[in-house]
Design a protein around this ligand. Structure first.
Ligand SMILES: C[S@@+](CC[C@H](N)C(=O)[O-])C[C@H]1O[C@@H](n2cnc3c(N)ncnc32)[C@H](O)[C@@H]1O
Length: 278
């Protein structure tokens, strides 16, 4: 069971209004469950008893999601000694995002992670055939692409992210949807082992440039060009980092390298670049 400040607010409001029961989501909006309200505590499913004071603390922490377990509330956050980074599930308006050492993987301010994912796919829609989703993250692009694609091949390098995929109710399909083929590994190396002209669509949604320079390199774009079909299309998320503060036009440089790789019909779209092989 997972709660965030959204559920904490509803629970405390219901308690104040004298309600004895409340239906709320304990899986970040996927389904609804009933919580019993007592004067000083809440009784969650599986007889988990949580004191009202603990729920009040969640109300103030709007940047974390919390497990309800062992009659207690525990932040969904951990440190990975291998990568030397903090990972946490970050609540948003609909689907949560991941925050890795302070950097979020989806847009959360101007739009929700769900809308962010829908936008990415809209630029290359309709998604069909065999899809390469280079960076799984929470699997949102892979899951939405699988609605219309034949098969989605997706790669995630970081075991800590995979642990969060397992926890996040909105990532569950990654493990159950037969159209999605997940692999743990570094796409920079994995792509070199792939067949020529295999994919109809490539969704390239890497971390920001400073965290993954190789995924923005000429070598990687050459591989993207090699594995995409003649009729293939791609979407490359770039965001707009550096534009405001420094005179760095990331997109311009990305487009230059994509053109050298052989891609055409390159278009600057919101937060990214789209293009075709033909
Ligand atoms: C922006 S997120 C992807 C978000 C994803 N599209 C979604 O819908 O949730 C980038 C992900 O790429 C992963 N990553 C970074 N370098 C990678 C690499 N070389 N190979 C595969 N995955 C990588 C990161 O761990 C992170 O989970």
């Amino acid at each position: 069971m997972i709660i965030t400040h959204f559920q904490a607010k509803k629970l405390l409001q219901a308690k104040r209004s004298g309600a004895s029961k409340l239906g709320i989501s304990l899986d970040l909006g996927k389904t609804f469950s009933e919580v019993t309200i007592k004067t000083d505590r809440f009784i969650f499913p599986e007889d988990q008893v949580i004191k009202a004071g603990k729920v009040k603390k969640v109300l103030k922490k709007n940047k974390s999601c919390f497990f309800i377990k062992d009659n207690d509330i525990e932040k969904i956050q951990f440190f990975n000694h291998q990568t030397n980074k903090y990972y946490k599930l970050f609540p948003a308006r609909d689907w949560p995002t991941i925050e890795i050492s302070g950097i979020r993987m989806h847009v959360t301010k101007s739009m929700s992670p769900k809308k962010d994912t829908e936008e990415k796919l809209r630029f290359i829609g309709p998604v069909f055939g065999k899809v390469l989703d280079t960076c799984t993250g929470l699997g949102y692009t892979a899951i939405l692409a699988s609605r219309t694609a034949l098969k989605v091949y997706t790669f995630e390098i970081d075991q800590a992210v995979i642990e969060l995929e397992k926890i996040n109710p909105w990532s569950r399909e990654l493990f159950t949807n037969k159209k999605i083929k997940r692999q743990k590994g570094d796409i920079f190396n994995k792509i070199k082992l792939m067949e020529d002209e295999f994919y109809d669509i490539i969704i390239h949604d890497p971390p920001r440039l400073s965290l993954s320079t190789l995924l923005y390199s000429q070598e990687f774009y050459n591989q993207m060009f090699r594995v995409i079909k003649q009729t293939g299309k791609f979407y490359h998320y770039t965001g707009n980092p550096g534009k405001k503060n420094r005179n760095v036009n990331l997109k311009k440089n990305v487009m230059k390298r994509l053109r050298i790789a052989g891609f055409s019909a390159l278009k600057d779209v919101f937060n990214g670049v789209v293009g075709e092989r033909l």
